[in-house]
Ligand binder design. Sequence first.
Ligand code: NAP
Length: 312
Amino acid sequence: MPTVLFAADPALRDAYLPHLAEAFAEAGVAARLVCTADPAEVDYIVFSPGGTIEDFSPFCRARAVLNLWAGVENIVGNPTLTQTLCRMVDPAMTESMVEWVAAHVLRHHLGTDEHVLHQDGIWRHDATRMPKLARERPITILGFGELGQACARALIALNFPVTGWSRRPASLPGARCLAGPEGLDEALRGAEGVVLLLPKTPQTENVLDARRLALLARGAFVINPGRGALIDDAALLAALDSGQVGHATLDVFRQEPLPPGHPFWAHPKVTVTPHIAAFTRPATAARVIAENVRRGEAGEPLLHVVDRRAGY
Ligand code: NAP
């Protein structure tokens, strides 16, 4: 019977342990699910940032570390990690990211704030100032993986012209797909909205810098639920001040929590949300973990294995 060590953030134990037990039973996996164990007897490690392991080397028998988060930048470079690392692809997290991205794209697209924030007795009906239609507002999604493509499908269904940018060539019906460093400028040129859904790696850091922000259509919006390091903060603030960027909705930051004195908090053209775009949901994530343990025990390839060299 494999031993599965729950070594994720202890604050998550109550939320996850009952779902994991249920998911193992559903998957027909007889596993010993524990929160402490002799490292030499552990077969699988469930992990998250804030977890209870820093040195993975004593876990000599462990076949895999199963991360509860989609992003792996906090663990992928750990030199003691020799086990296979799997990231989380949780269908419910994907659903919630699609909802969050669609909501913020539509907010900026429709200019919703103008009416929501001005309940002041003035009837601002102006038939000459109608918003563009979605099909007139090109949106670019940087990072065209699980989350980027799911968001693209929703935006395409709303008629937005969508461009997706990835490391390797991709294809998605209804989207213009570009790849690699050579495709990036083209992906950004003239975009009226950019959504960042890239992982944080040395190659993606500052992908949106001053030069690339200047390629966007004037007044474009930037939505970042990916990682804070994807954007050059100073360049973004300058672009907001000059009007090159109309608004930035930021869910992730180089330093989290975002320090109270950070200029993003007070900037009138920045919306800060506290890394809440999409949570891993215990019930569905537990099934992904159980399926990977089942596969490991059956000698089948694991799902969502991280490419350590690519960093995600
Ligand atoms: P994924 O499936 O691995 O997709 C990542 C995408 O980024 C892929 O299309 C990949 O290209 C592309 N990419 C990576 N490096 C690149 C590079 N150097 N140049 C161009 N494209 C590159 O990951 P995911 O599940 O969609 O998640 C994406 C990120 O979202 C996570 O890493 C995490 O940082 C963030 N996230 C945030 C929240 C939140 O609540 N804010 C929640 C979940 C996830 P290929 O297709 O060629 O591999």
